[in-house]
Design a protein around this ligand. Structure first.
Ligand code: PFF
Length: 455
């Protein structure tokens, strides 16, 4: 394992928050909130994050920093001779599968940013309000379902990732995060200000913040749990890899709290942007679903605002930044693994990891176009990978991490990592250890079963 570490505490937090804050917060969170009953979902989501997400994050941090290696080697080091390394391999495989299709969506955000800059996104939009939606809908469909342009954008994103990753952990990942994360927060605050000052914004806020407890059922809990884990980048090997770059002096509990709270803040700010805007323009519930939220509904809102192009450029820049810091982090899982496991230089490891994406992500991208006819379990290649990796592999990895840390490594390991060898207070340790051993595994199993039934 190379001895590389993040340079500063700010850089380490920025990189980890950069990984956590992604399309999951900006796109998936508002859509999930809408499908699962608004404020009630938000409440359960916050609880899941605080009670389960943070302890599991601490398990991953301990594993990475204490095991001091890539997502697979930490299992080998802490339990030599056992088959536990398979859990690490599963995390790496899941992260790579996610990378193949997330890169395609990141490419879409790049196209929308580009079209916002050139003005093409709005040039042929039919401005009568009833036609706006269908106009953006058609635009999205015809873009996503074409072969050439989405492919080129995916390739652009792979190249940007390659350039940053080749520069290494400190000069590439840390420096990029230090620049991009403040930009992201400033943009979010600007959008929140604009959205909250729209007429009728309070209806949207009420929907987002006033819980109707009768809406909470098993489905809402399962979805909130799944969303909170996805949003914190748990079960992907990312936090294990990044925390292996944390110095021994890093306090893990404050770091986990800071990362989770900032991640939650972004999700909440996104809700405070989307729901008031949607309420203000009198758009319906269907406008908040899946892909349409960012590629149809928001352009529709921008088209009705003054300074359309400016807002559109700023928003798609925000989305691109969020997607980029996440793809970097998930690529780093495999890069670190190839570097460590096969003793490759950083350059070779980056090539080995990213070059195959020119084919694999292309297949995902074309699954909306020419390869549209190919179905796996009745799903397109893109949806199949998304379902398999996100809904099945991620909870499985988290369960294995909890069982491993809770039951299979040295008893004092977690305590040692959380308290920096006894030098910081351990008030949180009993709670964290209890959750990791007894609470998180059965609840995550519930998510897994629900996903299996859905599959
Ligand atoms: N926490 C990230 C998000 O919310 O988007 C999860 C993630 C997904 C990270 C995909 C990286 C990635 F490539």
């Amino acid at each position: 394992m190379s001895k590389v570490k993040f340079n500063t505490r700010i850089g380490l937090i920025a990189a980890t928050v950069g990984s956590a804050v992604g399309l999951g917060n900006i796109w998936r969170f508002p859509a999930e909130t809408q499908t699962n009953g608004g404020a009630a979902f938000l409440l359960v989501y916050i609880l899941c994050m605080l009670v389960l997400g943070i302890p599991v994050m601490l398990a991953e941090f301990s594993l990475g920093r204490g095991g001091h290696g890539d997502a697979e080697s930490v299992f080998r080091k802490l339990r030599p001779g056992s088959k536990w390394w398979l859990a690490g391999s599963l995390a790496i495989l899941a992260s790579y599968l996610i990378l193949t299709f997330y890169m395609v969506v990141a490419g879409w955000t790049f196209e929308y940013l580009w079209q916002s800059i050139t003005g093409d996104l709005y040039s042929s939009a039919n401005c009568s309000s009833s036609m706006l939606e269908s106009s953006f809908h058609e635009k999205m469909e015809s873009y996503i379902c074409s072969d050439f342009s989405p492919l080129v954008n995916t390739y652009v994103l792979i190249l940007i990732n390659l350039i940053i990753l080749l520069r290494g952990v400190q000069k590439g990942i840390e420096r990029m995060s230090n620049i991009m994360m403040p930009v992201l927060f400033v943009l979010l605050l600007v959008f929140a200000g604009v959205s909250l000052s729209m007429p009728g914004a309070s209806d949207g806020l009420e929907y987002f913040f006033k819980p109707d407890f009768s809406k909470i059922d098993t489905g809402v809990i399962v979805n909130a749990l799944g969303q909170s884990f996805f949003s914190l980048s748990l079960g992907m090997g990312i936090l294990i890899t990044y925390s292996s770059y944390y110095p021994k002096t890093t306090k893990l509990v404050p770091t986990a709290l800071t990362v989770s709270i900032l991640d939650l803040l972004v999700a909440v700010l996104m809700g405070m942007i989307i729901f008031p805007a949607v309420a203000s323009f009198g758009l319906g519930e269907s406008d908040l679903r899946g892909t349409t939220l960012v590629f149809v509904t928001l352009p529709e809102i921008f088209a009705r605002m003054p300074a359309t192009q400016l807002w559109s450029i700023l928003f798609f820049l925000l989305l691109l930044v969020a997607a980029l810091t996440s793809t970097i982090s998930i690529s780093e899982v495999s890069v670190a693994w190839v570097q460590d496991r096969f003793k490759k230089s950083r350059f070779k490891a980056c090539m080995i990891v990213l070059l195959p994406l020119f084919v694999l992500s292309a297949v995902c991208s074309l699954s909306f176009g020419s390869l549209n006819g190919i179905k796996l379990f009745g799903m397109s290649i893109f949806d199949f990978l998304d379902n398999l990796a996100t809904n099945i592999m991620l909870p499985l990895v988290s369960i294995l991490v909890c069982i491993f840390i809770g039951w299979f490594v040295d008893k004092g390991f977690l305590r040692k990592e959380i308290t920096n060898n006894g030098s910081v207070s351990n008030h949180f340790y009993p709670f964290v250890s209890f959750v990791i051993r007894y609470v998180a595994p059965p609840l995550l199993l519930l998510i897994l079963l629900a996903a299996f039934i859905d599959f």
